[in-house]
Design a binder for this molecule. Structure first.
Ligand SMILES: Nc1ncnc2c1ncn2[C@@H]1O[C@H](COP(=O)(O)OP(=O)(O)OP(=O)(O)O)[C@@H](O)[C@H]1O
Ligand SMILES: [Mg+2]
Length: 478
């Protein structure tokens, strides 16, 4: 299964969105805990500093300067978090546990922050501190501070946790999303594959049903029940049309035979005889329409798919050319057949494809005025075999090209010529049965119609056929 297909699935998108929301809330939660913890720690430190400052200021006011210096020294050696520095107006150290006056930067609440070196055994550490500076009398400075390096460490712990936590969460989440999507896609693929086979005409296909009882099983079960019902209905319709075909075709044929017999019994050139002949022709048209409808139904049902073989389109085009050349010449039209070297072999039903091509050629001859040109060609284009029929008649306006393939649709301009409007419906049904394509275009003037099919191989033969001395031809169906 392709990765980009998985990434485009709805399941993966949902997982990704959920992951983004989850990561954001986790980020917000950790951030909030950190902010609160830091605030409590800061407040505690500030209160301690404040208490010390108050005590020292009080002692400074009460004690002589040298005793006050002793107090500072006493506090400096306690070894706790407290940092003290008494310095003169040049910032030279007088007493305290800092080596030199640090580089201070202002912080909130009138406090300052600075970095300082602390000796731990043989090593020194650069640590962070927070405190308050006072100017005493005689230009002395007093710095009272506390080591807040732990708070900084806390900050870095939170940062690392956030970075790694979010990173891992996204990674694991994406991998999980990928797996979930693949699973969903695999189950949908089965349904899609089956639908594809059904669309191509095999209505007997069913979606495999699992036993988990989940929504996919429900979907498969419902689809199968729907397909059962459709198949039953279609079978019913087909049975009805088969019966109609059987029951009506025979009486129509009998009617035709009787009319013919009746016509024979009439004296030549009698008016009744002519009327009966007209009735015979009408019956022939009825039988023709009937045959066309049945053939279209057969092509659309796809049941002939089992009878498809590898067929040579050269044979098909030659056969159709032979049938139609005399008709074209009778109408004073120039008719030509061109077959590209090598011809083409496709997989299909020879009768249906011949009939489809015959219907296109029949239209070209029928709708092109006397003296016009009709050409039929077989070409290879990529993996496709393309049958083209061109004429220089009135053509079909672009707006009507989709409509004309519907059953019984005839354009207003063709009302005067005979026809039932079923010819192109059959061509379209045959194209779709063979997974081919029927398209129309403007031949400036006239119409070009192409029928393209997937080729299965090249024919060893080479042919260019002259259709000047070809045989007579039967009626087209439709
Ligand atoms: N080569 C063409 N030139 C001009 N119009 C065409 C051409 N082919 C088809 N048409 C138009 O498309 C309509 C439908 O064609 P289609 O072959 O389905 O039916 P038909 O020719 O009228 O009847 P049938 O083929 O069933 O005898 C025709 O009635 C005609 O108006
Ligand atoms: Mg036609």
């Amino acid at each position: 299964m392709r990765t980009h297909k998985i990434l485009r699935t709805q399941a993966f998108r949902i997982v990704a969105i959920y992951l983004a929301i989850f990561a954001l809330s986790a980020f917000a939660l950790v951030g909030f805990v950190y902010w609160n913890t830091a605030r409590v720690l800061d407040r505690e430190t500030d209160a301690t500093i404040q208490a010390e400052v108050t005590g020292l200021v009080e002692q400074y006011q009460r004690l002589p300067f040298y005793t006050f210096t002793d107090v500072i020294i006493g506090r400096s050696v306690r070894g706790d978090e407290g940092l003290y520095l008494l310095a003169n107006n040049n910032h030279r150290v007088i007493a305290g546990n800092l080596d030199s006056w640090p580089q201070i930067s202002p912080a909130e609440n009138g406090l300052v922050e600075f970095s300082y070196q602390r000796r731990i055994g043989a090593t020194t550490q650069l640590r962070r501190a927070r405190g308050q500076v006072f100017m005493l009398a005689q230009g002395f400075y007093l710095l009272v501070a506390r080591d807040v390096d732990e708070r900084r460490q806390l900050e870095s712990v939170f940062q690392t946790a956030l970075l790694w936590g979010t990173g891992l969460m996204i990674l694991i989440g994406l991998a999980g999303g990928f797996l979930i999507s693949r699973r969903v896609l695999a189950r949908l693929d089965v349904i899609n594959r089956t639908s594809g086979q059904i669309i191509r005409g095999d209505l007997s296909q069913r979606v495999p049903e699992g036993h988990r009882g989940d929504e996919f099983d429900d979907l498969a079960h419902n689809l199968n029940r729907m397909l059962d019902r459709i198949e039953r209905l279609l079978r019913g319709i087909r049975e009805v049309s088969d019966n109609v075909a059987h029951d009506l075709r025979s009486p129509l044929n009998r009617l035709r035979n009787r009319l013919e017999l009746a016509a024979m019994r009439q004296p030549p050139d009698s008016e009744t005889g002519r009327d009966i002949d007209a009735a015979v022709q009408e019956t022939d048209r009825l039988i023709g329409t009937f045959n066309s409808l049945l053939l279209i139904a057969e092509a659309e049902a796809g049941s002939v798919r089992e009878t498809m073989h590898e067929i040579s389109l050269t044979d098909v085009i030659e056969g159709v050319g032979e049938l139609y050349c005399p008709l074209a010449e009778e109408r004073g039209q120039h008719f030509s057949v061109t077959i590209s070297p090598g011809g083409a072999v496709i997989r299909g039903n020879r009768n249906l494809i011949s009939q489809a091509l015959a219907n296109l050629v029949d239209n070209a001859i029928k709708y092109t005025p006397a003296g016009g040109n009709v050409s039929v060609a077989l070409e290879n284009s990529g993996g496709q075999a393309v049958l083209t029929v061109k004429d220089d008649g009135p053509g079909i306006p672009a707006a009507d090209r989709e409509r004309v393939i519907q059953r019984f649709v005839r354009l207003e301009s063709s009302r005067n010529s005979p026809g039932t409007g079923l010819g192109l419906s059959l061509v379209a049904a045959v194209a779709s049965l063979h997974e081919g394509r029927l398209s129309f275009g403007d031949n400036h003037p006239g119409l070009w119609a192409t029928l393209s099919f997937r080729r299965v191989g090249d024919e060893p033969r080479m042919a260019r056929v002259s259709t000047q001395e070809l045989l007579p031809q039967p009626e087209p169906v439709g």
